[in-house]
Design a protein around this ligand. Sequence first.
Ligand code: BT5
Length: 262
Amino acid sequence: MQKQNTIFIGKVSMSFPELPSTNLFAIELLAKTQPEEGTLISTDKQTDGRGQYGRKWESLPAQNITLSIIVYPTFLRPDQQFLLNVFVALALKDTLEPILAQTVSIKWPNDIYVGEHKIAGILIQNSMTSRQIQSSVLGIGINVNQVEFAPHLPNPTSLALLTNTQHHLKELKATLCYHIEQRYLLLKQNQIGPLRRAYVDALLGYQQCRTFIDDEGDEFRGYIHGITQAGQLLIGPSPHLKLLKAFDLAEIKFKVDVEEGS
Ligand code: BT5
């Protein structure tokens, strides 16, 4: 894999043998100082990895990527925060697809999938005023060389499982930084239309009939048509019919049919 240089992402890099959570460390750092934009915090052993809504991210020591990057997207309004998910998810796709030589999808809103299996997760934590996003911690976990996972994880996979080979973590991190920077620069240049288009095109189940679970636990079938400005998922009853309903993350779960997967 080719190592690509960056201008600011990962130029300041802090690496720790062990941390509870790289996101937590980054948030604490932001409370104390103003770290350089692009500061990267990584650890070999994350003992209290966080997912969304208090969920956990589980990663065996020294086998995977667990890192956080600090950026200052002050050019975004609070109602545009979903665009941070968009650019980070696309950067992960850019990073993983050439290695895997197969399609990498984004399971709305921010999980990274190969087939019906989860290879990476994103946790973005923002600090904002009523007018702008002040700082953002981009937390990324990628399953790289781990080949055995706890049985309670629903559908994990890793680069090693998919390629039958071990991967160089430092090089992979450098490639990820490069793609994060490229996509971030597009966002900063206001290339919102192309970024949103690429995100929607990459959605797992886009324009396919899938099963969803609403906030009352009821299952229903529908077609993913895209996302709203705020990043809600648009689901319609047929591939073309324009009778759409927009769902927030808290309202809906996306059922993954693991048995259908790769
Ligand atoms: C995520 O949350 O997928 C976000 C994960 C972000 C992790 C990074 S690591 C560096 C940084 N520091 C942190 O503390 N966090 C970030 P969510 O969409 O809520 O998914 C969490 C769910 O994924 C869990 O409830 C499990 O079901 C599943 N899961 C946990 N670990 C996994 C793994 N290694 N591979 C696949 N699935 C996993």
